[in-house]
Design a protein around this ligand. Sequence first.
Ligand code: C5P
Length: 403
Amino acid sequence: MLKGKRILLAVTGSIAAYKSAMLIRLFIKEGAEVRVIMTEMAKNFITPLTMATLSKNPILVDFYNPENGDWNSHVSLGLWADLYLIAPASANTLSKMAGGIADNLLLTTYLSAKCPVAVAPAMDLDMYRHPATQASLSLLRERGVHVIEPASGELASGLDGKGRMEEPEEILHQVDELFERKATLAGRKVIITAGPTREPIDPVRFISNYSSGKMGYSLAESFAGRGADVVLVSGPVSLNPGNPRIRRINVETAVQMKDAVISNVDNADIAVLCAAVADYAPETVASSKIKRKQSDMTLNLVPNPDIAAELGKIKKKGMITVGFALETDNELENARQKLKRKNLDAIVLNSLKDEGAGFAHDTNRVTIISSCGDVVEGVLKRKEEVASDIVDYVEKLLLCSRD
Ligand code: C5P
C-alpha cells in the first residue's frame, strides 16, 4: 500500500525518537517517500544527520533555513504529504495541537495539513493518563486525527504501564491500514443526522435529551476519512467536524432536521440516522416566558415527524439507510421491528444495560442488524472505532446492493 506514498514524519522530544529512525527505514523499504520535521527538543534525542541520511531528504526544523533564508513552507509541506504522522508525539505537542498553538514548524504544518493526520503518543504513564493529555487526545480524535495507541510495558522512567510508543512494525501496519481505507468511498455522498433536537416550550425553555452527538460526528469523520462527501445535519452539540469533506447544517428542532434531510438527500448514496430526535414537541410555543403559578400546569405535546421512516418511504433504489435503536428491553425484537417499519437496510442497536455504552459516553457497544438477516455483535470500543466498524458494514451493504 505504501508504494509511491508521501509520508511527512514529525519527531518530537522523546526517548522513543530512536524508533522513528527505524520507522523511516520501514517506510522507505515499502516504497514510500519520507520527509522529516523535527522539533528543537527532538534533536537532543536523535541527530538530524541520522534522520536525513535515512530519509534521503534534508531535515526541517525551523520556519526558514538560517544559512540561506530558504522558507520551509508549512502549507506546501501539508499539501505535499499523503499522510502526516507525528511519532513520537509528546504530551506537550499533543496539547498544543489540540489547542491550535502554532509556535513551531510541526504545529503550523498540522494546522494547514489537508491530508490524514496520525499521532503515536510516547510519554510516561502518569503523563499519559493525566486528564489534560486524555482531553487533548479526545479532542484530536474528534477532529479526525488517528491515534496509534501507546503500548504498555517498561518506560524510560523505570515505571511500568501504558505510554510507550508503539513498535515501528505496528505503526507501519496501522499506516498501511489507513491508506487501504483511505479512498474506498470517494465520490459517494452521505447524509448523517446527529445529536439531540430541541423542542421549544417558550423563549427560554425546551425539551431535549442527553445525546452528545459523539457517535454521529465519529461516523461523519469516518465516512469523510474514506473520501465520501458528508452532509452532517446536526442538532445543538459542542463538537466541531474536523474534515473539510464534512458540510454541517445546524438545526434545532425535529421539523428543521427533517427539512434539512429531505432537501439534501437527492443523490445521496447513504443515509445514517443517528440523531436522538425528540419524539414529541409542544403543540404551541409561548411567545414570552411562561410565568410560575401555584396551580399545576399541562403541556400539550404533539408527535414529531419520524425522519427515518419518511426517508424509508421515498428512498431511491440502491440507497443504503441505516438507523439507530437505543433499547432498554426486548432489544433485538424491538430493533428488528424498527428496521422493518422504517424500511432501513441496517439498524445499529445499543442497549442502555451495557456499562459505558450509549449517551454521552466515549465508548459504545453495538449490534448491527441488517434487513438480510445479519446480526453482528460488537464489543465495547471507542466511538471512533465503532464508527469505523459501521462504515465497514455499510461498504459491505453497498457492494451487495450493486450485485
Ligand atoms: O423509533 P426510535 O426513535 O427508537 O428510532 C430510532 C431511529 O429512528 C434512529 O435512527 C433515529 O435517528 C431515527 N428517528 C428519526 N426521527 C424521529 C425519531 C427517530 O429519524 N422522529
